[in-house]
Design a protein around this ligand. Structure first.
Ligand SMILES: CC(C)(COP(=O)(O)OP(=O)(O)OC[C@H]1O[C@@H](n2cnc3c(N)ncnc32)[C@H](O)[C@@H]1OP(=O)(O)O)[C@@H](O)C(=O)NCCC(=O)NCCS
Length: 200
């Protein structure tokens, strides 16, 4: 198995940023033009509240800075962040990514609140899961969510991730919360794919 950092670094560093298509979505690179909409979508308390790192209130300039770091992080094999856009109208509706690609790859995602409940997160996560295992050759994918955020857990279950634990952790603003942990190994992904269980 090729380590993720090596796969990302050697095979993809010199190539264009990844672009993934699903039936309803296009997942591709953020650009400067997206920054005002990122601030609007991610600036909603209900979106930020259950994430590890979206600031609230969302400061001016933070979206542009976040977008600016994405290409260098990908080029260095550290992280992949993709915009989630609807294919029918090109509208940006959220973000999905893989952090810690060089060590312990971990899923993260958020959607603008108006777009919750339509299966978009599961559809995007499925594509990123298959890209992570099938193209980047990661050996294991991790995921986490706050216990009070069952929708995120459901998304992870729908793409075949297993609940592997539960812990108390200091999260946003130092608050102690219960965090549920998920994982999926490459061999489990392979077995599910062979069995035809690739969809949510
Ligand atoms: C988590 C989030 C991305 C889910 O997006 P989404 O597009 O609504 O997700 P999907 O529609 O693909 O799937 C959600 C699933 O959770 C289920 N769900 C939603 N609310 C739920 C609840 N309170 N309890 C149990 N299940 C719930 C839905 O029924 C659906 O499952 P189903 O398809 O089996 O019916 C979205 O709520 C969000 O952006 N939240 C804020 C940011 C965030 O928390 N990100 C994750 C950080 S770990």
């Amino acid at each position: 198995m090729v380590p993720a950092a090596h796969a990302a670094g050697s095979k993809y560093r010199a190539q264009l940023y990844p672009q993934l298509d699903t039936p309803r979505l296009s997942l591709d690179a953020f650009t400067d033009i997206d920054a005002p909409r990122v601030q609007v979508l991610a600036g909603v308390f209900e979106v930020a509240d259950t994430t590890a790192s979206i600031p609230h209130p969302y400061p001016d300039g933070a979206a542009a800075a976040w977008i600016a770091q994405q290409q260098p992080f990908w080029a260095a094999g550290l992280a992949l962040t993709l915009a989630i856009r609807r294919r029918d109208n090109g509208l940006l509706i959220g973000a999905i990514g893989l952090q810690a690609l060089d060590t312990a790859p971990e899923f993260g995602f958020w959607l603008g609140q108006a777009y919750w409940g339509h299966g978009y997160a599961s559809e995007a996560a499925l594509a990123v899961r298959d890209f992570a295992f099938g193209t980047l050759a990661v050996r294991c994918l991790a995921g986490r969510h706050l216990a009070r955020n069952p929708a995120s857990g459901r998304v992870q279950q729908k793409i075949g991730m297993r609940r592997v634990g539960c812990t108390q952790a200091a999260v946003r603003d130092g608050r102690i919360e219960t965090v549920v942990e998920y994982a999926l190994r490459a061999d489990e992904w392979q077995a599910a794919a062979v069995a035809g269980q690739t969809g949510p």
